[in-house]
Design a protein around this ligand. Structure first.
Ligand code: ATP
Ligand code: MG
Length: 436
């Protein structure tokens, strides 16, 4: 992961040769895509010169610890939706606490924050190295998870009753919000309890960290599903493969899986608008494409195209997250109706892999990442830090205060290189992408 830092680069070899001054205007369609001719990136930034107010604290073991590991009890809880790698993080936390810091008792609270209420669905599970030995080979979470708010005071009372000194919370934005509320109450009561977060979301939508675990595994699966949709489309006259992928507010999974796959013709994410009607609308553009190519693949993130629904009623899940209208089924029906109305035969195969992209076991990239996140979480808790999650920034693990993420969500930056590549390669912007 930090491989680039260990490579020694000879500075005298860095000048790039060129054949001469380029004179011909570039034919690229997207003119915003250009890079300044002399743009460069620093190899070895001089951090001593950096404005310290614009830095994250670096994670890792400290020479002094706050807690005597042999004397404390720790807790772990997993909340929100599933994500590949949760069990890997649990395993690493348990192993590191036990093997490195000699913590004798580790409690796994069951079924999310509900397990920290005073009427839990199940009693906490004692986590030992034997208990977690093989759990990284399985998807899901051995502790169980849930949504729905719990009383903060009640949860803190339970931590006191169970003598917990460090609680590790593995969850998304909602979980980190809840953890932030707990930290505030712990401070108010002047308690010596640390709360450390490990951000979990396949959507990769947590601010303050460039990457979250599970994302890479989810993209791997999503890419395979798109590939199946492509074969379905190719195998029929006017075949259309339509795939809906997770991504309530941020389209990172759909965008990355689309770029990884290369066979997608149109991809819609929540960060961009979706137009169906008119000359540049999807229906017309799709019709034009079928005339020429006889097949098409469309990917849509679940939060895309919500502007197309004309109802204002908002439904929410147990945690208060807005439930989006089903854009996948909506598009399927609209496309079928459009071609049926025109008497153009099509074969549309709609694939919604739904939860299957998040309940698989972690791939090798995520497994490595989870191991490092878990170890750094333990080091942070043992050093007495609290109210932070382990982030990853500029190839370095960091301590990010919960305050940074409260009521914020990371979205695809429409000025970023990813967006430019996405637009250039596939992003639907009212044009056909047939290569003549
Ligand atoms: P996902 O990425 O799957 O949505 P998440 O962590 O955001 O993960 P949520 O169900 O939204 O999942 O939240 C997890 C838990 O945190 C829920 O039990 C929710 O009620 C609780 N929670 C969210 N916000 C708060 C808050 N402000 N105070 C207390 N608890 C909260
Ligand atoms: Mg959430």
């Amino acid at each position: 992961m930090d491989s680039q830092k260990s490579v020694s680069i000879e500075l005298q070899n860095l000048q790039v040769d060129t054949l001469g001054t380029p004179q011909i205007a570039s034919p690229l369609r997207n003119k915003n895509y250009y890079v300044e001719n002399n743009a460069r990136i620093v190899i070895d930034p001089d951090f001593s010169q950096v404005d310290k107010s614009k830095t994250f604290e670096i994670a890792g073991p400290r020479s002094e610890v706050f807690f005597d590991g042999a004397q404390i009890t720790c807790g772990i809880v997993t909340c929100g939706g599933l994500c590949p790698g949760i069990n890997n993080v649990i395993r690493t936390i348990v192993m590191t606490l036990r093997e490195q810091y000699k913590v004798p008792k580790i409690l796994g609270f069951r079924y999310g924050y509900q397990g920290l209420s005073n009427a839990p669905l199940a009693e906490p599970m004692e986590l030992t190295p034997q208990k977690v030995e093989n759990i990284h080979n399985h998807g899901g979470t051995i502790l169980g998870s849930s949504r729905g708010k719990q009383d903060i005071n009640e949860m803190i009372d339970v931590l006191i009753q169970k003598n917990v000194s460090i609680l590790f919370v593995i969850g998304g934005d909602g979980t980190l919000n809840g953890a932030h509320e707990m930290v505030k109450e712990i401070k108010k009561r002047n308690l010596m309890i640390s709360i450390i977060g490990i951000p979990k979301t396949i959507d990769n939508d947590i601010v303050g960290t460039s990457q979250t675990f599970g994302f890479s595994s989810a993209v791997n699966i999503a890419e395979k599903v798109i590939s199946c949709a492509h074969y379905e489309a190719l195998s029929a006259w006017n075949g259309i493969g339509l795939v809906k992928l997770m991504g309530r507010d941020s389209g990172f999974v759909a965008a990355h899986a689309t770029l990884a796959n290369n066979d997608v013709n149109y991809c819609f994410v929540p960060e961009d608008s979706l137009t169906l009607e008119g000359e540049t609308g999807l229906l017309n553009v799709l019709e034009h494409r079928l005339e020429k190519k006889r097949h098409a693949v469309i990917v849509v993130a679940e939060g895309a195209g919500q502007n197309l629904f004309h109802t204002s009623a908002t439904q929410r899940d147990a945690s208060g997250n807005v439930l989006h209208k089903d854009i996948g089924v909506f598009l399927k029906d609209k496309i079928n109706a459009h071609f049926s109305h025109k008497n153009i035969p099509i074969t549309l195969k709609y694939i919604d892999p739904s939860y299957t992209i998040r309940s698989v076991k972690a791939n090798s990239e995520d497994s490595t990442f989870c191991l490092m996140l878990g170890q750094n979480a333990v080091h942070a808790g043992m050093s007495g830090r609290t109210g932070i999650f382990i982030g990853y920034w500029n190839q370095t693990f960091t301590h990010v205060p919960f305050k940074v993420v409260i009521n914020k969500r990371k979205k695809i930056d429409t000025k970023s290189a990813l967006w430019k590549i996405f637009q250039e390669t596939i992003g639907y912007n009212g044009r056909d992408n047939i290569v003549e």
